[in-house]
Design a protein around this ligand. Sequence first.
Ligand code: ADP
Ligand code: MG
Length: 264
Amino acid sequence: MQPLLKVDRISKTFVEGAKRVAALQSVSFEVYQDEFVCLLGPSGSGKSTLLRIIGGLISADTGQVSWRGQPIMAPHPDVGLVFQKTNLMPWRTVLQNVLLPAEVQKGQIAAADLEQAHNLIALMGLADFSNSYPRQLSGGMSQRVVLARTLLQQPQLLLMDEPFGALDALTRERLNVELLRIQRHHASTILMVTHSINEAVFMADRVLILSDGAGAIEAEIAIDLPHPRHLSMLGTARFGQLTTQIRQSLALNDELMYDELTHA
Ligand SMILES: Nc1ncnc2c1ncn2[C@@H]1O[C@H](COP(=O)(O)OP(=O)(O)O)[C@@H](O)[C@H]1O
Ligand SMILES: [Mg+2]
């Protein structure tokens, strides 16, 4: 089977004056149709840089990213991005922001788009804020607006950089479950960066661990929990074994960074 996404020996070094930061060093992996892959790693291990390269927002120094066999050099219409920095239009309401890409693409809003936009806004727990402006929202709410806007586009690949980081635990768990449900219904493929070992195990089919310093993939762990996932699985023995295994591969890397990661 041909991978949907192929990341082939990507390297990236940032140079600022005399300082050089090797953010990524020869990172390679593949993502297949309908997979949910989580990227886990300590702060500064290059997760955001990797996602920005895959999203076509910045270029790698060496290596190549390909989508269905074609190199990605710029943002691709099949690929939806939900990044940490939200880019909502301040003069548009939540609903108008969610509808913006559809409006730009089609010139006008179809009734089906409007209905789906309302559904997604409700799903994100923002039904009462449809007519609010971005300045009236918290960081976590803004991020959910971006997620709704991206999902309305039904991207084939969804790239997400810590989309639930700013949320309280309950909202986060609810959205984790919703996102898995959306993924099943739309048969989309997801690559998500997270800080949370539990979230990675709960959501993913596969977890890739980026090591600090080396900027390389340290380990790859297949998550064999059955689908559909339920929150009750968080308490199972298998869930515990998988999180322990991940903790160990992070701890082998560096005790200090392991602490930083798990307490973030
Ligand atoms: N635009 C940039 N200019 C200079 N250094 C950067 C830039 N972006 C990221 N870095 C550096 O690259 C490394 C990886 O950053 P990043 O990809 O944001 O890590 P993560 O998302 O895993 O926390 C860090 O050391 C960071 O300081
Ligand atoms: Mg980051």
